[in-house]
Design a protein around this ligand. Sequence first.
Ligand code: 3H9
Length: 653
Amino acid sequence: MNTARFSESVTGTIVDGVLIVTIENPPVSALSFHVRAGLMAALGRAASDEVSAVVLTAIGRTFIGGADIKEFGKPAIEPTLPDVIKAIESFAKPVVAAVGGAALGGGCEIALACHCRIASKAASFGLPEVKLGIVPGAGGTQRLPRLIGTVAAIDLIGTGRVVTSDEALTLGLIDAIADDLAEGALDAARHLVDQPLRRTGALSVPHSQAEADAAAAKKVLSRSRGQIAPAEAVRLVRAASMARLEDGLADERATFLRLRDSHEAAALRHVFFAERQASKVDRLEGVTPRKVESVGIVGTGLMGAGIAVSALNAGYRVIGIEQTDEAAARGHDRIAGLLDKSVQSGRLTDHARSEALSRFEAASDAGRLAQADLVIEAVFDDLTVKTELFRKLDRVVRPDAILATNTSYLNPNEIASATARPERIVGLHFFSPANIMRLTEVVDCAATAPDVLASAIAFVRKLGKLPVVCGVTEGFIGNRIYSAYRREAEFMVEDGAAPDEVDAALEAWGFPMGIFAVNDMAGLEIAWARRKRQSATRDPEARYVEIADRLCEAGRFGRKTGRGWYDYSDGERRSDPQVTALIEAVRAAKGIVPRRFSADEIVARLLAAMANEGKALLAEGIAARASDIDLVMINGYGFPAHKGGPMFHAGDI
Ligand code: 3H9
């Protein structure tokens, strides 16, 4: 059994007349030039009489992770992916895809062009191009609907959703799941020799009801918030049933090339690489994270319960600590309730819920934390409360355990200094609801030891969340930028803009919700209490807008009280003449003559405020990279990902 090398990334071996073509291009077997060229050379070899069929597979944890995104923006080198795919589909002998991992983007398109698809249980399939601001560019929008119908193809391509091999089989995307992938694919290849081949491109798109297509399209478009790629993807899929394959492919390719060079795609590529960079920290090179198996959570209110659910879903044992047995029982119920919600929404099976809950224990005796590897504090955000708690934890937890504070605004260095082990303290700033929100700021405190920081990052990653490391400053990265953003918005309101004009401008630009509506949703009282605490130390020369204080004094704390920056008395968000009058009174008292603001000016000033604060955070060393700041604002504060984040946007203009 001789192995032939077709390129630096593609080899082949002939077994019983079947050429097994193997791609090896770590880390994700992306379709770089050497892979494309190697596949063409392999097909050349397969044309010889010695070969009766081909099996196409890849080594590594993915099948093929898609086109090589790093090649985007560079001149295309032939053979292009559509050339390779055309050669596979039209090949005279059977070509079987043996998919053992993720077949994404171009990787899925290669599988679609093969004459048969055999997958392992662990394989997954998807066309996630819209998440990169593009559409599939090598036939995905034309071949997928021919296999699984327009409605399912709109869902998969329009959202970029990745499906398991079980779902792929149900949809008709693959032919079989094999326990032994190599054997299963080889069998399929032998079986197809001398049989008529099922070429996906030659199939007709199964008939579907126009209403069902329209409903699937509407669902995708309602979620795409001004992004171009999902709408184009939907258009191309719908056209597949009306146009000839060649025309559909030509339209798809032209759309792909146009979008690949768009601003939206550049922004989303920036986000893709930013996410992969975020957990890389220079000072942690070569540092091994400690093993964390059991997690203690002190405080099982809304935040603590959310963190507990995330940890349970990730397979940890969790001990929730409260001050009394009654409070501990309530914490248990809260956590069980959150898990129930996940079952109701289909995110968790009944079995997984029971299994997760069996790993949870609620107690009022902090001594139980002696067994925990990591203890996360999620109690009331008050320095005295937290320092007292850390003193107590210092006495009960193991000397090598990691202690994390979930404070949003307090100085974690002060909390750490209440213990005899400041090097084992780190900040883990989760966002609410913690079982849903992906972002976690990992705060590298003055004395945090490298292994503690590395372990905290690894823990957050295992929760399936996005860790962004930052230094100590009031509000860390996100809340500090948010404060600057909010301050600027309030300046404009004091100078003449209406809150709903500010929100409308932000929402038209791509934010899911304007800043005043967000404040109303979060509640105005916590920020008010903080402003009151800070009033003694505030710079008397600095501009201060009192409107939010006046709203709170009038009992307008936001949505939960039915009134805040807006009125919600009939369930809808409406501008309120009482707020307008209050704002006018504040302006008059300061002698401000109101002026008009255009939507463009509103957005430009708010984005500049965010970017300037971001620049200050970089200069102070609080954030390591501008892209980390973008990730925080996108994942924690609703900044539209397809605009790349405030720093990317500022660099761009
Ligand atoms: C496409 O296919 C267009 C076609 O329709 C048409 C073309 C004509 N290229 O995520 P990880 C790197 S568009 C280049 O941590 P995991 C990544 O930067 C593409 N590099 O691993 C990282 O590098 P580093 C459609 C890539 O195991 C390393 O690989 N495909 C690519 O957690 C490890 O990545 C997609 O959108 C790539 N395509 O997850 C899939 N992918 O170590 C994008 C990854 O230097 N990829 N890298 O930081 C993914 O979703 C995940 O990477 C994957 C593995 C699930 C595959």
